[in-house]
Write a protein that binds this ligand. Structure first.
Ligand SMILES: C[S@@+](CC[C@H](N)C(=O)[O-])C[C@H]1O[C@@H](n2cnc3c(N)ncnc32)[C@H](O)[C@@H]1O
Length: 389
């Protein structure tokens, strides 16, 4: 429902709903993105923790819960819509332009004022309104993106040409439809907890019997840049949010300037010798004049991924199940065979693991998705690996 840069494909979602969730009690998705499993957890009264490093998901996902539906669905929705439109009228006809600061000062000021004006509202209404405000930032954006920033340009740095009434109405309607699809017949929901946190730093979680997660694939989207206007806005509300830091912390193969691949190769070798072999094959296949560029991209990705997986293995209960969704891809003739590399990583830890689901996914039109990922991915195999801890 939000721009789904990050979302399980329907078949993957169905796999979890049919085969995993019916026998799970306490579920964690530490890289949950848009958290497509929320309705299932609500409808079957389960307990789940949906975390992500990007604070935007915290706001958008909380409004998807049964609790919020119960409070705002019906007449409330109409009055919230009227009130928001009235309060945001001041930004009508102003357009966001993409600048270093992402949102021009005058629009930012108006948005912040409206955001704060809902602080004293009843909790669930406040959660709902804030999700709508966040979702309304992007459609205001205007088409001045530089072609250099390929992600932004391709992924929608365009004005929607809609006025504020339409933008608010459409966003409220998205939630309305979502609620109607899942919650109308429910009498009780589940227990869902949301948090913004780096998976490497998860703490204070116990009794997790199932972890389901889909880490960012190597050499795919630059999530931070794609959500930059929303993150910029949130950084004005929470001082600890910082776009540059997020770009360094997020699991990705970008921001490798200054990252020394070779300093990390022994560490990788300890975690998974096969991954080291792959990295050494990639070495020398870099951008012109920067021979180890891709080597460093992939090394950084795997160093972070293994750190996260180490952490998740500690969080999970004994005999718990960890499901990770991964994707193989080919880089300049070298297969980044994640099935194999992940299996090797689990084996080194003495854990039982297997591929439980696999399908070939055709990817279309992926040339230069982002300035940082100049790779071309045509088609790749997507798998779910289950490790039993
Ligand atoms: C492929 S997406 C998840 C998709 C999700 N399953 C869905 O259907 O929407 C990967 C997510 O991992 C998050 N992420 C990346 N690095 C992270 C980290 N170190 N800690 C927590 N979340 C992280 C990204 O923000 C992104 O939302």
């Amino acid at each position: 429902m939000h721009r789904e840069y990050a979302t399980f494909r329907p078949n993957i979602c169905k796999y979890f709903m049919d085969n995993v969730l019916p026998s799970s009690k306490n579920i964690l998705d530490p890289m949950a993105g848009t958290a497509p499993l929320i309705p299932y957890v609500e409808c079957h009264h389960l307990t789940a923790f949906f975390y992500d490093i990007l604070p935007i998901y915290y706001y958008i996902n909380r409004a998807k819960t049964y609790k919020v539906f119960k409070k705002v669905y019906g007449k409330q929705l109409i009055s919230i819509e009227k009130e928001l439109i009235k309060k945001l009228k001041s930004i009508d006809n102003k357009k966001l332009s993409i600048s270093e600061k992402w949102i021009p000062a005058d629009i930012l000021e108006d948005l912040l004022k409206v955001w704060k004006s809902f602080d004293n509202y009843e909790k669930q209404t406040n959660v709902f309104v804030k999700a709508i405000i966040i979702m309304s930032i992007r459609p205001l954006s205007c088409a001045t993106a530089s072609r250099k920033n390929a992600t932004w340009y391709k992924q929608g740095g365009m004005t929607s040409e809609k006025d504020i009434d339409e933008i608010i109405h459409e966003n409220i309607n998205k939630y309305k439809l979502y609620y109607e699809t899942y919650y109308l017949k429910l009498t009780k929901g589940g227990n869902i907890y949301f948090n913004t946190c780096n998976s490497q730093k998860i703490q204070d979680l116990s009794n997790i019997d199932t972890i389901i997660t889909s880490p960012p694939y190597a050499n795919r989207y630059d999530y931070v840049i794609m959500y930059a206007p929303e993150l910029y806005f949130l950084s004005k509300i929470h001082r600890n949010i910082n776009i540059e830091n997020l770009r360094k912390e997020i699991l990705a193969s970008n921001k490798v300037v200054g990252f020394q691949g070779f300093n990390n190769i022994e560490l990788i070798n300890k975690k998974s010798p096969k991954t080291m072999e792959f990295l050494l094959k990639v070495k020398g296949k870099g951008k012109k004049g920067e021979n180890d560029y891709y080597f460093r991209c992939f090394t950084k990705y795997y160093v972070n991924l293994f750190q996260i997986l180490d952490k998740l293995i500690n969080v999970l209960e004994k005999r718990g199940n960890l499901y990770i969704v991964i994707q193989n891809n080919i880089h300049r003739g070298e297969l980044n065979n994640m099935d194999d590399l992940m299996t090797d990583y689990f084996q080194q830890k003495g854990l039982e693991s297997s591929i439980v689901y696999q399908e070939l996914h055709k990817h279309q039109g992926t040339r230069n998705i982002s300035a940082d990922y100049p790779l071309v991915l045509k088609k790749h195999k997507e798998s779910i690996i289950r490790a039993i801890i």
